[in-house]
Design a protein around this ligand. Structure first.
Ligand SMILES: Nc1ncnc2c1ncn2[C@@H]1O[C@H](COP(=O)(O)OP(=O)(O)OP(=O)(O)O)[C@@H](O)[C@H]1O
Length: 531
């Protein structure tokens, strides 16, 4: 039997169902490259073909499959079919294997390791007797079978011995270099999408015949994957089909099932299993959010090792790495309104991300980019900001500036003195003896009409203190007001970004370097002692 999963140009691409269900398959791609989407497409096809599987859902994002298909959702909360804390797992899985029922095992609200270990053991033991084709799908495999740290041994055993029992394994990860090597090497089927981190490209290079193909991985679009191994007769690069059910990949919380839906009766699961007891769900207090890091500390240290300074080539670097700490850097997504347009009659909106330690703007997608923002203006008073914003590159005299700012001479003089002290203006004697004040800003001031930042990243509650915020809403408001008097801040969302702070020391000096916790690239952020 074949399952159609996508297209290569106009050609439909189908995989061998037997191989998928009883073989060992890995789906590998970086965050946002379409893993959850492709797993959902595979699940939809398996459901249509009536083939049983159990999907370990770590984010509570697959329950939308229930909108179209008859499957069991085991999890936490009233909307699930079965309460994960109370269900008799052996009974449930025996019935599911016998009847070919699909099960979503939603561990997003539980102690995942323990629940997944229990499930893997039950499935393996049951299949030792039943030997009926059934597929175990493990999302975020790097959490359960990590290269370093505690691994769910039963999953490793399934990867080695499951096939003979009819128990297949599909593991998905965004960080192949962090998954137990034995499991990936047992995967005779590979579905590999976009990857950019060097270590991960190295980890999958064994599956490719040429360096060129490995390099191509970093250029793939979301949904594009190489499919290889026993799933197909030949390696193909294809795009997964459109999903038939809603994609909730960006929503990490459990989503309630729609009321009043018409559904076919579920396959019998007997004897009846305990159902979830209603429990009160107190609203969680809104806390700070943090963007989930991709790089682990060991990798950050590896990257930092390559950045140690050396005086002479070929000699050992003289710098040591003294500390490597994860720092959560405060950012704010700011929404503003102001009067703009050609005739300055239209209300305009803009949004931007600003880091709240020094005032740089930031762009976040797969990693963070630091952009000139208002950092040079932080700490200036409102008239000084207005003065620097009004100074033309050719300079102004004090009386000209007083007229522009409509401020008395002593106020303007004070502002200019402040700018001089901060080296943001220089004083030049023009021909004829006039004193000109010329701006020395390193970067152009932001133009609001071009600011359109959105933030589409996965966040989790901030679990440790972030780097202290130094720019608050009121501080930013006074800078922005000085640049655009009609502007008002209409939205402010603080989010913390993961950064590794690496401290180097040599015999005579110390320095700090920041590495992006997602891309591993160096970030130009201010070190603590420098402020
Ligand atoms: N085959 C596809 N066709 C069209 N769009 C796709 C496809 N695959 C992925 N996308 C787009 O890419 C986005 C990200 O996909 P998805 O959530 O599956 O990524 P992911 O690899 O699971 O990310 P994460 O690891 O962060 O959960 C989707 O919201 C969707 O917009």
């Amino acid at each position: 039997m074949e399952l159609v999963i996508g297209k290569m140009g106009d050609r439909e691409i189908a995989v061998d169902a037997q191989e998928l269900v009883t073989g060992r398959t890995c789906i590998i791609a970086q965050s946002g490259a379409g893993k959850s989407w492709s797993i959902a497409v595979l699940c939809e096809q398996l459901c249509k073909a009536g083939i049983g599987f159990c999907l370990i859902d770590t984010e509570g994002e697959y329950c939308s499959l229930k909108d179209r298909f008859d499957l069991l959702w085991v999890g936490s909360g009233d909307d699930c079919d079965l309460d994960i804390e109370r269900v008799d797992l052996s009974e449930l899985m025996e019935n599911a294997i016998r009847s070919g029922t699909a099960v979503i095992y939603d561990v997003s609200e539980t102690d995942m390791q323990e629940k997944v270990a229990g499930l893997a053991t039950v499935l393996y033991d049951l299949e030792s007797g039943l030997r009926k084709p059934y597929l175990l799908i493990v999302e975020e495999a790097d959490k359960f079978i990590p290269q370093s740290g505690e691994s769910v041994k039963k999953i490793e055993e399934i990867s080695r011995r499951g096939r003979k029992r009819g128990l297949g394994l599909l593991v998905a990860t965004q960080r192949p270099s962090l998954v137990v090597k034995n499991v990936l090497s047992q995967c005779n089927n590979q579905i590999i999408g976009k990857l950019s981190i060097e270590n991960d490209l190295k980890a999958v290079s064994v599956f490719f015949g040429s360096k060129k193909e490995v390099e191509e991985l970093s250029t793939l679009e979301p949904g594009d994957f190489f499919v290889m191994g026993g799933l197909m007769r030949e390696k193909v690069k294809m795009k997964f089909s459109r999903r038939e059910t809603e994609h909730r990949g960006l929503t990490p919380t459990l989503t309630p099932a729609k009321p009043g839906r018409q559904k076919k009766p579920r396959p019998p699961v007997s004897p009846p299993v305990q159902t979830a007891a209603p429990r009160p769900t107190p609203p969680a207090p809104p806390g700070d959010e943090a963007i989930v890091p991709v790089l682990i500390r060991e990798e950050a240290i590896d990257i930092a090792k390559g950045k140690r300074r050396r005086r002479l080539p070929f000699l050992e670097p003289e710098e040591r790495i003294v500390t490597a700490e994860t720092i959560y850097w405060p950012l704010a997504l700011v929404e503003v309104r102001y009067i703009g347009g050609l005739l300055r009659k239209t209300t305009k909106t803009a949004s931007f991300l600003i880091e709240l330690v020094s005032g740089h703007f930031a762009a976040v997608s797969r990693g963070m980019k630091i952009l000139p923002g208002v950092a040079e203006l932080v700490g200036l008073d409102e008239t000084a900001v207005r003065a620097i914003a009004h100074l033309p590159s050719g300079g102004s005299t004090l009386p000209e500036l007083e007229a522009d700012l409509r401020q008395p001479p002593d106020v303007v003089k004070k502002a200019v003195k402040e700018l001089e002290k901060r080296k943001l203006v220089t004083v030049v004697k023009a021909q004829g003896g006039a004193t000109l004040y010329m701006p020395l800003l390193l970067h152009e001031l932001p133009r609001f009409s071009s600011l359109r930042q959105v933030l589409e990243v996965k966040t989790e509650p901030l679990r440790e203190p972030g780097r202290p915020v130094e720019i608050r809403e009121a501080d930013l408001r006074s800078i922005l007001k000085a640049l655009e008097p009609t502007l008002e801040i209409t939205g402010w969302r603080t989010v913390y970004y993961p950064v590794y702070e690496i401290r180097f020391a040599s015999a005579d000096s110390e320095r700090t370097l920041f590495l992006d916790g997602i891309s591993g690239k160096e970030l130009g952020l201010p070190a603590r002692r420098e402020r």
